[in-house]
Design a protein around this ligand. Structure first.
Ligand SMILES: NC(=O)c1ccc[n+]([C@@H]2O[C@H](COP(=O)([O-])OP(=O)(O)OC[C@H]3O[C@@H](n4cnc5c(N)ncnc54)[C@H](O)[C@@H]3O)[C@@H](O)[C@H]2O)c1
Length: 424
């Protein structure tokens, strides 16, 4: 780690990305001004409460322990900071196109407070060109020139909430608009990350993030597309993946699931596709994966229906286990549990769910509450459907007390050999 001056950091967006980043800079001895448009989050932080599954109350209290963490909704603190990092959402709009309104909004609110010498970094996942084509002209509209008066860089966030990876262990990719912008960003991130990887431009850094997520998207979608064939051929796909994974070179294990969810993997490829189309090009692989994943909720429901026969869906009770988009987080964004549960409700299923991270869930007009997982409750259901494999779920108990367990995540492991377990 590099010796660097103590910085005053302005972190805009204190969600799954911004708050852990704030923590890292605070631990590195810097002062952090955190801005979030969501008053509820700011109020919770001020009351030393957590809204993220990776932070408990004690972790939040620790952030404030040295009096160097200041949070609020107002942007005037930008005047005081050396570095501004944007960690706001980059979702899709209703037409499945990139929605940069949060990035543009956060940058716009910062403009009145920009001053010479500041470094601005975008960390939100986005298409190549965002920093240079969208942010740079906005910043320069203040009369401050990038590379001369202020610095601008892109550095993709690669955090994996709910996983064992410490943020500082994940190499930080950085690409500045000019060599001096890159050097400034390298010094800032080098003060808290174990390794900083420099690339030649923000475009390359933006592409790096999309490349990582598109690769994952393509491979998971391919595995999902093999599920139907495996069913037809009576093959345990998980067993085949594990066997293929014993090859010491040339094969990387990716696993199937109930569909691709989350704010990144199904979203980022569409950002890249949008950019390709701007250049009159197509990315047919991404279209194909999109089709595969659109079909997944219907496929899962068909498997549930088949497993329950001769009982009809509208005579059956199904307990869904895990509704977040991935294990061990409280993040519901683009979770495939939602369309699957919606299909089941529409088919007349008596539906219940359990998720330690989600107490209530609204699906259409129906409000559901997470049910306690007791043996007595489980016996009321004809089938359990595991959609998210949280670590702290008593899978043994589920297999012991529900007549049928449909496992889309291989959470039941060796129990999958039991007669009542159907591993997809
Ligand atoms: N969550 C992850 O695991 C992860 C990993 C890598 C990259 N990313 C990317 O990082 C970005 C942020 O993701 P996230 O998961 O932290 O989202 P998030 O929704 O958890 O947090 C974003 C925060 O920004 C705030 N915000 C929105 N507009 C604002 C504005 N104008 N001013 C101030 N605050 C504003 C929101 O209130 C929210 O709290 C996205 O581009 C995402 O794709 C996320």
């Amino acid at each position: 780690m590099e010796q660097a001056p103590e910085y005053k950091m302005g972190i805009i967006g204190l969600g799954y990305v911004g708050l852990p980043l704030a923590k890292l800079f605070l631990e590195g001895g810097h002062t952090v001004y955190g801005i979030d448009a969501d008053e509820r989050k700011i109020n919770m932080l001020n009351k030393q409460q957590s809204y993220l599954s990776d932070f408990n109350r004690k972790d939040i209290r620790k952030l404030f322990s040295k009096n160097s963490f200041h949070v609020g909704t107002a942007f005037d603190v930008i005047e005081k900071v050396d570095v501004i990092i944007l960690c706001v959402p980059t979702p899709l709009d209703e037409q499945h196109q990139p929605d940069l309104s949060y990035v543009i909004g956060a940058a716009q609110s910062s403009l009145p407070y920009l001053r010479r010498g500041q470094l601005i970094v975008l960390e939100s996942s986005t298409f190549p060109g965002t920093s240079e084509e969208r942010l740079k002209p906005m910043l320069e509209s203040t009369g401050l020139l990038v590379g001369k008066d202020i610095s601008l860089a892109y550095s993709p966030e690669r955090i994996d909430p709910g996983s064992k990876w410490e943020l500082e262990q994940i190499p930080k990719v950085v690409g500045g608009v000019t060599p001096s912008c890159t050097a400034y960003a390298k010094q800032v991130y080098g003060s808290v990350f174990n390794e900083v990887v420099l690339v030649s431009s923000p475009r390359v850094a933006e592409m790096t993030k999309l490349l990582e997520n598109c690769q994952r998207y393509l491979n998971i979608s391919f595995m999902n597309s093999l599920l139907k064939l495996s069913e037809e051929l009576d093959i345990n796909l998980w067993e085949a993946i594990e066997a293929a994974g014993t090859k010491p070179f040339g094969f990387t294990k990716y696993y199937p699931g109930p569909g691709v969810g989350g704010h990144c993997i199904p979203v980022d490829p569409l950002y890249l596709l949008w950019k390709a189309r701007e250049h009159h090009m197509d990315l047919p692989f991404i279209d194909l994966c999109h089709q595969v994943n659109e079909d997944m909720p219907g496929y899962i429901v068909r498997r549930v229906e088949k497993s329950l026969q001769p009982k009809a869906l509208n005579e059956s009770s199904v307990l869904v286990i895990g509704v977040t988009y991935k294990k061990d987080v409280n993040d519901m964004r683009e979770s495939v549990a939602l369309p699957i549960m919606e299909h089941l409700l529409q088919a007349g299923v008596n539906l219940g769910y359990f998720d330690p991270y989600v107490k209530t869930l609204k699906i259409g007009e129906t409000v559901l509450h997470s049910t306690p997982l007791t043996a007595r409750k489980m016996k009321n259901y004809d089938c359990t459907l595991i959609l998210t494999d949280h670590s702290n779920i008593p899978y043994e108990l589920l297999v012991a007390h529900t007549p049928i367990v449909i496992d889309t995540r291989n959470a039941t492991g060796k129990m999958a050999e039991r007669k009542n377990v159907i591993l997809l």
